[in-house]
Write a protein of this length. Sequence first.
Length: 344
Amino acid sequence: MAPPSPHRSSILNLFKAGVPPVDIIKRLGVPSRTVYDSISRFKKLGTFLDRCGRGRKPTVVTPDRIKAVKERIRRNPHRSIRKMAKGMKISSRSMGRIVKDKLKLTCYRVKKAAILSEATTKKRLERSKKLLQRTRNGEHLVTVFSDEKLFTVQAEFNPQNHRVLAETSEEAFANGRTIHQASHPASVMVFGAVCADGKSPLLFVVQGVKINKEVYISQILEKTLLPWAQKHFNGRRWVFQQDGAPAHTAKLSQQWCETHLPAFIPKDEWPPSSPDLNPLDYSIWGVLQNKVNAKPHSSIEALKKTLVKEWDALSPEYLRATIDAYPRRLRAVIEKRGGRMEQD
């Protein structure tokens, strides 16, 4: 806050003597705003003196408090800003300033991930290095990445982010505060494949059918993947990717790929436990689920209709950007020596 002007008393004396503000500005050589603000203040308060209590209030963001917050976070980084503020008897806003502005910390959502064994970590490192080498000639741009995912008719529900504004709990209940979810909602298994410049049609696996090697070959590879890829690439070489699901790594499935496809990534070349390297897992399925499960569906058929609509709406630009992230993610795994990447 700027200190009071030293010309206040002079401005007051000239103003009381009937000197116009314009002449006061010229005589004293002070900014016009200072003169007009001082006169306005005098007319309003009858004085040029500061009011009692005027000035900046003592701040709660002191060096000692910053140090105390830092120590609390060191002992328990999972404690929320709200709980720390309550414990130290300061506002959540002040605590947020300490955490974000002074300590330069960011809140990250906790995520679940499978534990990686030492052997798995080693394979992820070794195989990521080899796959990264293959991207240098642009192989990832002609790679068809594939995956299966289960979608349900239920809407996605996150209790931390899902709120209802209402005056009473009864009104909130009427407006949807309580979301009823079935223990085993109706669902459908979907197969999809994408590349840098296109995507296969979605395949809905027949209800109740388990994807074993026979179903995988006859219904997914032969009837869906191969016809689409042959038409899409039109004689150009392409590479097929699949994860380590039992139906994919079965000897019969591997033999089929070797016989019928121009190229594929064998089971001993794809990193194990690596959804963070499959574009469908690290981006596309999540985007699709956010759109499809924004609201519940009345039936499986309604769910399928929405899935097809949103799948078809995925733009070529988005697909290319998602595939372009693949080499960067390989490098991130390598930098982590086969471990999980932070951004995943």
